[in-house]
Design a protein around this ligand. Structure first.
Ligand code: GRF
Length: 199
């Protein structure tokens, strides 16, 4: 197989989507490998898990830093690791335009709603309040506007009678863990095919 694309994952919390990407990358035919897990929170549980799995980690708290300065530090760490792609996985920061521009077409995010519905926070509450039949999750390319980039793939998750935000988010998370690795792998394969013309 051709060399794997190098992936950096940015997270702020528990890192279950990072774990899904990481374990999917253990498959022999996975077209990406995680080279760095980075966070704005040195105590993010996702960092511990990455370390235990032998993945390089980086953390820099954003407190007291201008947004663009903090983004520049994260960008430098990701580039030093040799990353070709960034996967945002619960990275709770609005990104500056310069950072986003530098990774155009190479930075993906997972969002727990069926975009364009419910950008931002509290997506499950909003789906329940609206009386939707389905919640779900979306993987999209990151653009300067929050949760607004082109959607690459989505999974619908049925809302059950009696669901609350916790029960719905737990089921959506199962779907997230399957959607993100699969969508990222397909995206990387498509781009690699275009890059070397081999398909
Ligand atoms: C997920 O629900 C993801 O869709 C959202 O943030 C949450 C992160 O969870 N962007 P985890 O840290 O991956 O467990």
């Amino acid at each position: 197989m051709a060399e794997r694309a190098k992936l950096a994952v940015l997270l702020s919390g528990r890192g279950s989507n990072m774990a899904a990407l990481l374990y999917a990358a253990k498959a022999q035919d996975c077209p990406y490998a995680i080279v760095l897990v980075a966070s704005n929170d040195p105590d993010a549980p996702g960092l511990q898990l990455a370390q235990a799995e032998g993945i390089a980690t980086f953390a820099r708290p954003h407190k007291g830093m201008a947004r663009s300065d903090h983004d520049a530090v994260m960008d430098a760490a990701v580039r030093a690791a040799g990353a070709d792609y960034i996967a945002l996985a619960g990275y709770m920061r609005i990104l500056s335009e310069g950072f986003v521009r530098g990774w155009q077409g190479r930075m993906l995010n997972i969002h727990p709603s069926l975009l364009p519905k419910y950008k931002g926070l509290h997506t499950h509450e909003r789906a329940l309040e609206a009386g939707d039949s389905h919640g779900g999750c979306s993987v999209h390319l990151v653009t300067a506007e929050l949760d607004d980039g082109p959607v690459l793939a989505q999974t619908e998750v049925a809302i059950l009678p009696g669901d609350d935000a916790d029960s719905l988010s737990a089921r959506v998370l199962i779907a997230e863990h399957q959607l993100y690795p699969r969508t990222l792998a397909a995206y990387v394969r498509t781009r690699a095919g275009h890059a070397d013309g081999a398909g």
